[in-house]
Design a protein around this ligand. Structure first.
Ligand code: PNS
Length: 160
């Protein structure tokens, strides 16, 4: 049974992330989406809200689970007895950071490998930060996030 962890901040989850989750779920037997609960970052959404949005958009994938984690990613990977970490690569600009992450993880946990999926071309420019910025200035984000997520972003911004 091939188990993968797909980690990230997901603040919030975009259609680019959803595409990676869907494709991973077709390749792997089990995919655990790991939502980083890191106190040093100040996300727009709490970790519970980020997990809830991911649960909503992955509800039709029976082999996908969503959990939060704090601390080291490799500890989370070991906890779930996962074989690999999955990361999406959008453009060459992602490569340096992703290589550093993968190489570091492999030094501290030599049994853990990272698999990169190239992001769907449709979403190669997309990031959670860009979505938040567009929403903050009242722009239309329907092409970038699931309708449920768009509603959560509007609600969150209205609360501010
Ligand atoms: O969506 P992101 O913010 O690019 O995801 C980054 C993430 C969560 C994969 C990375 O920050 C991470 O793994 N954090 C956990 C802490 C850790 O293990 N750090 C050492 C690896 S370099």
């Amino acid at each position: 049974m091939a188990v993968a962890v797909y980690p990230g901040s997901f603040d919030p989850v975009t259609l680019g992330h959803s595409d990676i989750i869907k494709r991973s779920s077709q390749i792997m037997d089990r995919v655990v989406v790991g939502v980083l609960n890191n106190n040093s970052k100040t996300p727009l959404f709490s970790v519970e809200e980020r997990v809830n949005m991911l649960l909503e958009i992955t509800k039709d994938y029976p082999n996908v689970e969503v959990c939060s984690f704090s601390g080291l990613l490799v500890d989370f990977v070991r906890l779930y007895h996962a074989d690999v970490i999955i990361r999406g690569l959008r453009a060459v600009t992602d490569f340096e950071y992703e290589l550093q992450l993968a190489q570091t993880n492999r030094v501290i946990a030599p049994e853990v490998d990272t698999i990169f999926l190239t992001t769907n071309l449709k979403y190669s420019y997309l990031s959670s930060s860009i979505v938040k910025e567009i929403a903050m200035y009242g722009g239309d984000i329907s092409a970038f996030v699931h309708p449920f997520v768009a509603g959560q972003i509007r609600r969150k911004l209205a609360e501010r």
